[in-house]
Design a binder for this molecule. Structure first.
Ligand SMILES: [Zn+2]
Length: 261
């Protein structure tokens, strides 16, 4: 069985004490690839350094809406340097977060638009964060023609309308730990209506660990639990679900599992 954890913050300090061990556990669990996600410039750079250090790791570069107010005038130039590297496979994570509102909403929207334009300019897909901002998110994605490059709504936790809008624009949905939570019946029902060819799996480690690890630090090996739940939901055996979602991730991020730096 071969899985790809399509969203892990492996450069985060939560892994400083045991990053090697976590990577070994992931390999043992069948996780042959991990997309290391940046959420600001320094974590994007650190993610690329990780990806360069061994095979089976890739990076993204982008500024999360939480940090949008830190993005300077030279954001594009600094991200472009990172995005020029073949191991940086997407612009992300970027988007909107109206739950925490750590950055003012107009600033979030502006920085989001700029990064969509950048993704289109460099021809790489988007890794999108969204919380309580569905309407503005879809509107901006449409206005900025994000469908030209596509991407993933990561850790999808939205309703049917959002799923439909994303699929219409050619986006994938990233399925994470929440699909295993007891109270996630609505999410499971929504995902049941999404073709498996448009789903990828992720951990969002170190956050949002799936059951039975809920509340603990999340790590890439736990993506197996999410894949199991999704397989059951789709009436597929785990190997088949792994094969399809891994193929989807390879297609989206244009990666080969034997690719080296
Ligand atoms: Zn994330």
């Amino acid at each position: 069985m071969t899985l790809i954890d399509t969203h892990a913050h492996l450069a985060a300090e939560e892994f400083d004490a045991d990053r090697e061990e976590a990577l070994a556990r992931a390999r043992e669990a069948g996780v042959a690839g991990i997309v290391c996600v940046g959420d600001r410039l320094d974590s994007s750079r650190a993610s690329l350094e990780l990806a360069q250090s061994r095979t089976g790791l890739w990076a993204t570069a982008g500024v999360h809406p939480h940090y949008a107010r830190e993005a300077g005038d030279d954001l594009e130039r600094r991200l472009e340097e990172l995005l020029a590297h073949p191991l940086v496979v997407a612009v992300g994570e970027v988007g909107l977060d109206y739950h925490y509102d750590f950055s003012p909403r107009d600033v979030q929207q502006d920085v989001f638009r700029r990064q969509i334009r950048l993704a289109r300019a460099v021809g790489k897909p988007l890794v999108i964060h969204n919380r309580e901002s569905d309407q503005d998110l879809v509107r901006i994605l449409e206005e900025e023609k994000a469908g030209d490059v596509g991407g993933v709504l990561h850790c999808f936790w939205g309703d049917e309308a959002l799923a439909r809008a994303a699929l219409e624009m050619g986006f994938y949905l990233g399925v994470g730990g929440p699909v295993t939570f007891k109270k996630s019946d609505a999410l499971r029902q929504t995902l049941q209506g999404v073709p498996v060819e448009r789903l990828i799996v992720e951990t969002d480690a170190p956050y949002l660990a799936p059951v039975p690890y809920r509340g603990k630090r999340n790590e890439p090996s736990y993506v197996v639990e999410t894949a199991k739940q999704l397989a059951a939901l789709k009436g597929l055996d785990l190997e088949e679900l792994a094969r399809i979602t891994t193929e989807n991730a390879r297609r989206l991020f244009r990666i080969e599992l034997n690719q080296t730096a």
